[in-house]
Design a protein around this ligand. Structure first.
Ligand code: FUB
Length: 304
């Protein structure tokens, strides 16, 4: 990546490092975090930006990290590349999200321009294989948008009744049910709409105490806003800004998870000096706090 660090990997190609605070990964540029908590391990799936100086996204593979304490991390061998999707090799490895179901791990990814795909693996660290050989969703499924990069940023939410849902979009927030097999859409594709919604991209849904939180990037440069509902498919009520513009990066892209009884807000900034930027981003983690009424305290971005 042009970052001066020599990677000492073990026999399985894993690299172990200690995070020195935010950004948590300093030897590579990482973006678009999506976390999955399984037992005592937090799995972190990210995009991978090229190193500094470039104008425009250059992202050709995705990365996977694991930790049990948010301090000691393992970087696993590259689990998935844009070229693994034969129908999207000209695209870029935009934001994705991994969900576990029926003992398998499903990685939903954006290819920019070419649609949203899904890859499957037996272990969270992969290796992952294209599950369909074609996109799961294309621009044609995004009936309410007119621009060519609208079919991006998938986020999965599996509800208490075991129903999996997929949210995605740029400019318009789309959602649909997934079938139990996780690789087909069930029924109609719909759009999220509520007063105050100015949706740029990066939807993420989580649930706490029976309330459903839809967080998403708003404006550009992006802030993260949130809305709350009693059901996963709404109606949602806008609640306000959760995270400010993330220093030196036009995009922000959050993931929210509970890990060992605490909640975390995971996002990216352009914080590595001197080359960090909107196109050479770095993943950060800060605590997420709820107020007694279920509203969210604004994120305090830290370097700790
Ligand atoms: O990383 C490429 C794109 O930038 C993502 O798909 C968006 O969410 C934004 O972070």
């Amino acid at each position: 990546d042009g970052v001066p660090v020599s990677l000492l990997t073990d026999a399985k190609g894993r690299y172990r490092f200690q995070s020195q605070g935010n950004p948590i990964i300093q030897h590579k540029y990482t973006a678009d975090p999506a976390a999955l908590v399984e037992n005592d391990t937090l799995w972190l799936f990210t995009g991978h930006d090229y190193a500094g100086g470039q104008k425009g996204y250059k992202m050709k593979d995705w990365l996977v990290y694991s930790t049990t304490d948010l301090k000691n991390w393992t970087e696993h061998p590259i689990p998935l590349k844009i070229e693994d999707f034969t129908w999207a090799t000209s695209g870029d490895a935009y934001a994705g999200h991994v969900a576990k179901r029926n003992g398998k791990y499903y990685w939903y990814i954006s290819t920019n321009w070419n649609g949203i795909g899904v890859a499957v693996a037996d272990k969270p660290e992969g290796p992952y294989k294209d599950a369909l050989g074609k996109p799961l969703l294309t621009n044609e499924d995004c009936f309410a948008s007119s621009h060519s990069w609208t079919c991006i940023d998938p986020a999965i939410f599996i509800d208490k009744d075991d129903q999996p849902w997929i949210f995605w979009g740029n400019g318009v927030c789309y959602y649909a049910k997934l079938k139990d097999n996780m690789i087909e859409i069930e029924g109609e594709i719909k759009t999220i709409d509520f007063e105050g919604l100015e949706f740029t991209e990066a939807p993420w849904v989580h649930e706490r105490n029976g309330k459903y939180y839809l967080t998403y990037a708003t404006g550009f440069p992006e802030k993260i806003a949130y809305a709350v509902a009693d059901k996963v498919d709404g109606p949602y009520t806008y609640k306000g800004i959760l995270n400010e513009i993330a220093g030196n990066s036009n995009t922000n892209h959050q993931s929210i998870v509970e890990f060992k009884n605490d909640w975390y807000f995971i996002y990216h900034n352009g914080g590595i000096q001197p080359d960090g930027s909107s196109y050479s981003r770095s993943v950060c983690i800060d605590p997420l706090h709820y107020n007694e009424d279920g509203s969210l305290e604004r994120i305090q971005m830290t370097t700790e």
